[in-house]
Every structure is written in C-alpha cells, then in structure tokens.
Design a protein around this ligand. Structure first.
Ligand SMILES: C[S@@+](CC[C@H](N)C(=O)[O-])C[C@H]1O[C@@H](n2cnc3c(N)ncnc32)[C@H](O)[C@@H]1O
Length: 215
C-alpha cells in the first residue's frame, strides 16, 4: 500500500484496535515511506528542534515521546545529545523498529486514550507527534495525561492535525487546561506537517504551571 492509502486508512480507524492493526502492518515500511528518504514528513524534526530550544541542558533532560511510532522524534533528539528518552506507543511492531534505533532509554506499549502508567511530574519535556490525528487519539484524557506526567515548569509539545484542532475538541481542551491553571500556552502555530501532501498541523507548546494540581 502507498503512504496515502495507509494514512487514509489510519485516519478512518473506528477504534484503537483498528488503528493498531493498521500500524502493525505499516511498521516495516513506515520509515522508508514517510521518514528521511521521502523528505516531506517534517513534523518529527520540527518538534525535536522546539524541544531542544526549550531546554537549558538537553543532554540532561528526561523526555517522554508519546506515540513514538518507529522513533523519528527520538532519533532527532538523540542525535543532538539527549540521553534519557522514553517512548510509548500502541503498536508493538512500531516499537520494535523504534528499539532498533538505540535512541530510547525505555520503550513500552501503551494506549494513550487511557491513563498513562507513569507518575505525576516525571518528565522535563513530553513530545507527541502525529498521534493527535483523526482515527487515533482524542484530546480527553490524553492532553491532561501528558500534562500530568510532565514536571512543573516542564513543556508539552504536540502536533494536532489542523482539520481536527477545533472540530475534534483539542482547542477547547487546551483552553480548559489553561482555565484550570494547569498550563500556560506558550504557542499554537500552524506548521507544515507533511510538506509533500500539503497537510498542516497545529504545533502546540504548553508549559505546566508551577503550582499545577494534577492526579
Ligand atoms: C503517524 S504515527 C506517528 C509516529 C511518530 N510519532 C512519528 O512522528 O513518526 C501515529 C502513531 O500513533 C500510534 N497510536 C495510534 N493510536 C494510539 C493510541 N491509542 N495510543 C498510543 N499510540 C497510538 C500509532 O501506533 C503510530 O505509531
């Protein structure tokens, strides 16, 4: 199948099981089709650059890459010297490819539509690229969970496909987290996500507030 067919099918998934089955099948060819070779899936490198800029000491940052897939974000971070990167994803075959990169400290299967099995205030930075997409993971509880596992004054950096930013409830969930004084919105700009296909996404950067209450 081509990237466009895989993407269309992934975005049309009706539940996590369908989505997982699709990525289980796609894992072996995903990198060749969307990664460096194709030169048009720019989101992972963009997000890694934002993460590196937001840290005073990237080499000592502890980072969670949620929905890590085959590890494109982790690889971009590791190349710049980040050592402690954990990854979570629903698809074991995607995690197997990520493991082979050697970029991650720890990788585990997890469903981001549920509570994340990590303690509050664990990570300096949390990234989530390409996973807030139609047919994948919705805003609630995932955004709140990403904030919960982030340290106070830490940063959550996520891409959300433009077409679901408002209609999928992501914008209103971010506003809710802000109203609850859990985060400040550092930025929410539109970026080129997959250049070749004209896809755009909102790149949202949230800072967890100092006194954030979470559980
Ligand atoms: C487009 S890929 C992005 C992967 C990687 N972040 C990247 O940028 O290449 C979407 C990823 O979301 C994962 N995913 C989909 N639904 C998920 C869920 N409910 N929980 C965790 N991961 C999920 C898929 O397995 C897939 O690896």
């Amino acid at each position: 199948m081509s990237t466009q067919v895989y993407l269309a099918q992934a975005r049309a998934s009706l539940n996590s099981q369908d989505c997982m089955a699709l990525y289980d099948k796609w894992a072996a060819t995903y990198n060749d089709e969307v990664g460096d070779d194709a030169q048009d899936y720019v989101a992972p490198v963009l997000v890694a650059q934002v993460a590196l800029k937001s840290s005073n000491n990237p080499a000592r940052s502890v980072i969670l890459d949620a929905g890590c897939g085959t590890g494109l974000v982790g690889q971009a971070l590791a190349t710049s010297g980040v050592k402690a990167i954990d990854g979570l994803d629903l698809s074991n075959p995607m995690l197997t490819v990520a493991r082979k990169t050697g970029a991650y400290r720890n990788l585990a299967q997890a469903d981001l539509t549920r509570r994340i099995e990590k303690a509050d205030n664990t990570y300096d930075i949390v990234t989530c690229v390409g996973t807030f997409t139609a047919g994948h993971v919705g805003p609630d509880p995932a955004l709140r969970e990403l904030v919960r596992v982030t340290k106070r004054n830490g940063i959550v950096i996520a891409t959300i496909l433009e077409e679901i930013w408002v209609s999928g409830g992501f914008k209103s969930e971010v506003e809710k987290l802000k109203r609850e004084n859990l985060v400040t919105v550092v930025s929410d700009e539109l970026i080129d996500y997959v250049k070749g296909h004209g896809d755009k996404a909102v790149l949202v950067v949230l800072e967890k507030v100092d006194r954030a209450w979470t559980t």
